[in-house]
Design a protein. Structure first.
Length: 229
């Protein structure tokens, strides 16, 4: 593996950006931007569901330190699986997000490929680490873009087939099929709060017992459920 220009600290940086029209959070240890002219090596973590990057902070920090801070370690959230900052919305272009079905499993695969095309130089060597459904996403990424310079693909607790036939999947799938497009709805916060309180399953929202979930928290929860359908 080649070397990287690294930061002086092993504290992570967090970026929020739009990818395929949907809010995306990227947690980064090491270089915040890879050099176009260098053949860098990037360790990229593809999360499970929910695809919240903060869950992997300790894991990423351990990896970064294990390689003496020589290689950047990034984790890209799934589309919509984050709380956007105040100046950003859940979707930049709702019509594009709906057209690409970015919150569905196929859309999430394309979301990761788009992220690589736009933010990682093509010559960068990749070590892909998938967790749960992230393993399936990695397999599809390599299938759809065989020219990716993947040095190694690591599968952690892989979920790669028959997801709807697991005990939890048999219960949840009929429900989430009915919620297919709720993540794209620009409905008011009051309606969103009511919808979230009636949806079964974990939404990923940290609910305020007084005010209820925000619209962005509700949309994030809908995006998490959409990934399973």
């Amino acid at each position: 593996m080649g070397s990287l220009e690294t930061d002086d600290t092993d504290k992570p940086n967090t970026d929020f950006l739009y990818c395929n029209g949907a809010i995306t959070e990227v947690l980064k240890y090491g270089s915040c931007k890879l050099q176009q002219s260098k053949h860098d090596t990037l360790i990229l973590v593809i999360p499970g569901n929910p695809g919240v990057v903060g869950f992997y902070t300790t894991f990423m920090q351990t990896l970064y330190r294990a390689f003496s801070c020589r290689f950047s370690v990034w984790c890209v959230s799934h589309a919509g699986h984050c709380e956007p900052p105040d100046h950003m919305d859940m979707t930049e272009d709702a019509s594009l997000a709906e057209e690409l079905d970015v919150f569905g499993i196929n859309g999430q695969i394309e979301h990761k490929l788009t992220f690589l095309r736009k933010h990682v130089p093509r010559e960068t060597r990749l070590v892909l680490i998938g967790h749960s459904i992230g393993c399936y996403i990695i397999l599809e990424m390599m299938k759809r873009d065989p020219e990716l310079k993947v040095l190694k693909a690591v599968m952690l607790f892989p979920t790669i087939e028959r997801m709807a036939q697991t005990p939890q999947g048999r219960v949840v799938t009929p429900v989430i099929c009915q919620l297919r497009y709720v993540a794209y709805f620009p409905f008011p916060a009051v309606a969103a709060a009511g919808a979230a309180q009636t949806q079964p399953g974990h939404s990923g929202a940290e609910r305020n017992p007084i005010s209820g979930p925000s619209r962005d928290q509700t949309h994030r929860g809908a995006a998490e459920r959409r990934l399973c359908s």
